[in-house]
Design a protein around this ligand. Sequence first.
Ligand code: M6R
Length: 380
Amino acid sequence: DRQGFAHFMLKEIYEQPEVVRRCLATYLKPDWNSDRDAALPATPFNLAFPEALFAVAEIQIVACGTSRHAGLVAQYWLEQLAGIPTRVRSASEFVSAPFPLTTNTLTIAVTQSGETADTLAAIEVAKKRRSQSDVSLQSWSLGITNQPDSSLTKAVDYTLPTLAGAEVGVAATKTFMAQLVVFCCLALAFAVRRRVLSPQQLVDTIAALRLLPDQIETTLKQQHEPIQTVAQTFTDVKDCIVLGRGMNRAIALEGALKLKETTYIHAEGYAGGEFMHGPIALLDAKVLVIAIAPAGNVYDQMLANAQKAKTNGAPLIGITNVTESSDRAVFDHQITVPAIDELLSPFLTVTPLQLLAYAIAVQRGLDVDRPRNITKTLIH
Ligand code: M6R
């Protein structure tokens, strides 16, 4: 039931505040109250793992498509926040080129459906290599999935459900958001156990996480109309470049994937700095550039990249929470999201890209929920 929405994709985009609320209610202890930190429990997270697992030396993430993009955001959180070396590989690539065997390793498979053949094959390869090794390797596997009864759950040691509810639209939206919440709680839980996060940082981050559902709601309310207008302007664009830095590089990849699969626009996501090393030659007045530029460490560099794109004639959309008028002048169209710590910005920068892909696909008269050539789950 689309509950009054024109398409499942739109309904699922609008369900995201509720999905985040549900995931936080599950993974955050309700008695963790940042106003009375004296009485805080040891960890604010409901994640029952053995103590040794929290001491892993390395994390390896395997996934496909949108789930892999969630893994790339997680890589940033796990490395920069929890200090754990983390690698991400497409499950289909991992099968023929697995990561070298290491001890004290947590392998995480992420899949909305829990049935994606490549991801299941990757987890089997990881397990087989572990069991055939001469050295006894201490390692664990964890599945992050929206289908707790799936084949993935049977293949891994632990499962963290994403609690997004059934996702019908072929383009993953709310399940991506739920994967981000689970990964963020996981990275924070590691950071707490490994004592690499100050109590104040933790209290602040938990408080910021709790604001997310309302902030996503605000983004949806405030940006729905402006994004319709932008979509009308760019309905017929053939090429689009999405730029992001740091964690938002993964959101650039995800935004480009949403555009590709729903609108059939040729869209590519790049790290802002890397884009300067060749791909910028693509730009002219016909190539749309979308710059993801939230306030924070990489803001100035991102703005410089955006400025450079503009100098090369490209029309420029900015997704930002910086509203100073001088900066606004850089972007031809500005999509404003609520202010948030850079660390959590992916939660807010992804929604405008989902809405934009949806709106352009509708303008183009396409079958948004069932794009050509793809199915919801890729089972060989
Ligand atoms: O069910 P999974 O998360 O394993 O699916 C992985 C990809 O096939 C999936 O994310 C695909 O890229 C989506 N159509 C993206 O919207």
